[in-house]
Design a protein around this ligand. Structure first.
Ligand SMILES: [Zn+2]
Length: 420
């Protein structure tokens, strides 16, 4: 059965019309009314086209299943939720492509292994700040009481109340991991847009994803001495901002040093927050807070980057006669994907398009990052053009979308054969 993208693209357009407005973009924020409408629409499709019901686990993840000859299951997933005013493809591309997988499976009769399509709940964390909640619950890496119970949105609504409104009690989230284990998952596949500019810059429609990068995020404070900008001679100053600025430039040099030339080894370093005190034009900055966010696919490289950044901060502090303190904000382990499954993705991309197959790491996290910790996992990326996401102008040109969807469907077929 030749893979075909037309129904997926038609469904995506239908969903866009149903859940976005021209000015604002997609409004499928998890636990809200448009998200519920989206899931109703999705469940209706499963029912009318395939006669399939759905089941919800304790974390609110929505599952559709076609039983196979074996209980072992191939899991296909992504998320229907979006950020406020988001794009038409982030997340729903993977779920709707999964719907096409179910159509193909159904048309061929009983599959060799059980196939399960999951719409993960609250991947974006857009309203309450905790992303990957549903998939993390299934992977057993989420402590709902500790991480979710206290979260409140901008309107003052508590997350446990928003979940309860959807019939998902917070206390039930802990059961999602056992539910997932019972499914006997043997492989997880996800199709997602790249959300960045790399494939567009390479003029490639689709890619093998090598894994999701690990993250080291810290906040630093350089402490010097505030002084009068006219009275303090340069050589006697303790300028905290200059130290922070040198640190930021050193971090860029670190990212260049470890990136190499191939997209496979690309790493990133970002100083996104700078707060200078006392923050007026005639004051030498006495204190400066600066953030660092380091990402790499290779855990050893990430460690070296962090060590280099620490040394750079000490050097910059010494040079400007100030002190530096580090406080950790976030640590995420790199999640390299499964070599065998990545091989299937590579072959599938080759089958639909001539030429070398790009292989790139993902800077953003995905539900697949959580899955990679508990089951062999791989992802297919579709090029983003323009190379941005979480905005209504997020897009993938139709020819690239077509190639990516067909490659994904073939990768699913190859994984079926492998698991059979
Ligand atoms: Zn996404």
């Amino acid at each position: 059965m030749k893979p075909d993208s037309s129904r997926v693209i038609a469904d995506l357009k239908e969903l866009r019309a149903l859940t976005s407005d021209e000015q604002g973009g997609a409004q499928r924020v998890a636990w809200g009314p448009v998200w519920r409408k989206t899931r109703d629409w999705f469940q209706q499709k499963l029912k009318t086209e395939l006669g399939l019901g759905t089941e919800r686990d304790g974390a609110g993840n929505l599952w559709a299943t076609i039983p196979g000859a074996k209980k072992d299951s191939l899991v296909i997933g992504s998320h229907l939720d979006s950020v406020p005013s988001g794009g038409w493809l982030d997340g729903c591309l993977g779920v709707i492509a999964g719907l096409e997988v179910l159509r193909r499976v159904k048309a061929r009769g009983t599959p060799p292994v059980t196939v399960r399509l999951v719409d993960w709940a609250d991947e974006e964390g857009a309203r309450f700040g905790r992303s990957l909640a549903g998939s993390a619950a299934s992977a057993g890496t989420l402590d709902a009481k500790k991480e979710l119970a206290h979260l409140v949105d901008r309107a003052g609504v508590r997350l446990p109340d928003a979940m309860a409104e959807n019939g998902v009690p917070l206390e039930g989230m802990a059961t999602a991991a056992a539910y997932f284990k019972r499914l006997s998952p043997k492989a997880y596949l996800e199709l997602h847009i790249e959300q960045g500019p790399v494939l567009e810059s390479m003029k490639k429609p689709t890619a093998v994803v090598l894994g999701t990068m690990g993250v080291e995020r810290h906040s630093l404070r350089f402490l010097g001495q505030a002084a009068h900008s006219g009275a303090a001679p340069i050589h006697l100053r303790k300028d905290a901002f200059l130290a922070a600025a040198e640190f930021a430039l050193a971090c860029r040099a670190i990212s260049v040093k470890y990136s190499g030339t191939s997209p496979r080894t690309r790493v990133v370093a970002t100083c996104g927050v700078v707060k200078v005190e006392p923050n007026f034009v005639t004051a030498v900055p006495g204190s400066t807070e600066i953030s660092i966010d380091l990402r790499a696919l290779d855990g050893r490289v990430l460690k070296k980057m962090l060590a280099d950044a620490k040394n750079a901060s000490v050097r910059a502090a010494k040079k400007h006669l100030v002190k530096v303190e580090w406080s950790p904000l976030l640590h995420i382990t790199p999640r390299p994907f499964d070599e065998t499954l990545m091989g299937f993705v590579r072959e599938s991309i080759k089958a639909v398009r001539k030429g070398p197959v790009p292989e790139i790491p993902s800077g953003p996290l995905h539900d697949a990052s959580e899955m990679a910790g508990v089951v062999p996992t791989a992802m297919v990326f579709a090029m983003s053009s323009p190379g941005i996401s979480h905005t209504r102008i997020e897009d993938t040109p139709l020819p690239a979308l077509d190639v990516s969807i067909r490659a994904f469907l073939l990768a699913v077929d190859r994984t079926f054969e492998h698991l059979a």
